[in-house]
Structures are given as C-alpha cells and as structure tokens.
Design a protein around this ligand. Structure first.
Ligand SMILES: Cc1cc2nc3c(=O)[nH]c(=O)nc-3n(C[C@H](O)[C@H](O)[C@H](O)COP(=O)(O)O)c2cc1C
Length: 165
C-alpha cells in the first residue's frame, strides 16, 4: 500500500530541521514537508502517515509551537492516521527528562485516535528518566545532537526503514 506521508516540524528549529533532512533522505520518494508554524490542523487528516518532529524544551516540555496546537489536535478524529514521532534531546544535560516531548506528542495524537508506530530501543543511550518510554522502548526516534550526533544519520535511516514498510 502506498501511504500518503507528511513530515511536520518547525522549519525554524535548527537541529530538528537537520534531523528532518536525514529522515527525508532515507525515504525513496519525496514526502510532503510542512512547517508547524501555520499548520491547519484539519490538513492532518489528508495523510495516512504523519511524521512529527518534537525536540524537548523547558525541562521536559513540548516547544510552544506544538503546545498551542494541542487543543485543536485533541478535537480531531485521527483514527485512520498513523503517527511516527522523532525528537531531539540532550541525555547529558537533561538526564531526568530525556526526549520527553516524543512521549508527550504521542499522547496528544493518540487521544485524537491516531496509532503510534516507530518505537525504538533505548540501547545506546544513558539517562535517568524519560516520558518517551513505553514498555521499555522509546515511543519514537530520539536523536542527541549534543552528545551523539555521529549516530544521527544511521539512526534516522534505520527508523525510516522500520516505519516505511
Ligand atoms: C532551554 C533548554 C531546555 C532543554 N530541555 C531539554 C529537556 O528537558 N530534555 C531534553 O532531552 N533536552 C532538552 N534540551 C535539549 C534540546 O532538546 C536539544 O538541544 C535539541 O537539539 C534542540 O532542537 P532544536 O534546535 O531543533 O529546537 C533543552 C535545550 C534547551 C536550550
């Protein structure tokens, strides 16, 4: 089945933009690239697969640009949509809240009925706690630009292979 796919993130978020570039390159075909800033939440329903970028900010919170969309997203019916979430975190500076935004955004989309895909192993990361963890795995892909940037490309590629089949 061909899935209509969009990648949605803040085009002003420097590192998230780099992460998105790795993810887009790992897809064999072009996918729609949407800026969260100016997103019409109803447009989310046009896609089968939504790839969402959420770096963790403010000690374990979503960035403003996602936070302000939460009420509108929770009002949608996204039962037909799959979501795959990627985010950045810094496991050395924020070991108690590592990549929390990935888990927080998964909860928001699931409350609108969406199904989260693309869980990843916590192996290779060192931290104390993360709201992104479910049943011992991360709810999506977490990249650590500050401490493990060399792994970004390969982590993104492996993740896209897992969500794109
Ligand atoms: C003020 C501030 C707070 C942060 N809080 C967290 C945090 O709670 N957990 C975490 O894993 N990373 C945290 N980070 C690290 C960012 O998620 C990381 O630098 C990310 O790559 C930023 O992505 P962006 O440039 O696309 O916004 C924080 C960074 C800053 C500057």
């Amino acid at each position: 089945m061909i899935m209509k796919t969009a990648i949605i993130y803040s085009h002003s978020a420097t590192k998230t933009k780099q992460a998105a570039k790795h993810i887009k390159e790992a897809f064999e075909k072009p996918i729609d690239d949407i800026d969260v800033d100016g997103l019409n939440p109803d447009d989310l329903k046009k896609y089968d697969l939504l790839i969402l970028g959420a770096p963790t900010w403010f000690d374990g919170e979503l960035p403003h640009y996602w936070d302000e969309l939460v009420p509108a997203i929770e009002d949608l019916n996204l039962k037909k949509q799959k979501v795959a979430i990627f985010g950045n975190g810094d496991q050395v500076k924020y070991p108690e809240n590592f990549g929390d935004a990935v888990g927080l955004l998964a909860e928001v989309f699931e409350s609108a009925g969406a199904t989260t895909i693309g869980k990843t192993s916590t192996e290779g990361y060192t931290f104390e706690a993360s709201k992104a963890i479910r049943d011992g795995e991360f709810a999506g892909l977490i990249l650590d630009f500050e401490n493990q940037s060399k792994l970004n490309k390969s982590r993104a590629k492996t993740w896209v292979e897992a969500i794109n089949n």
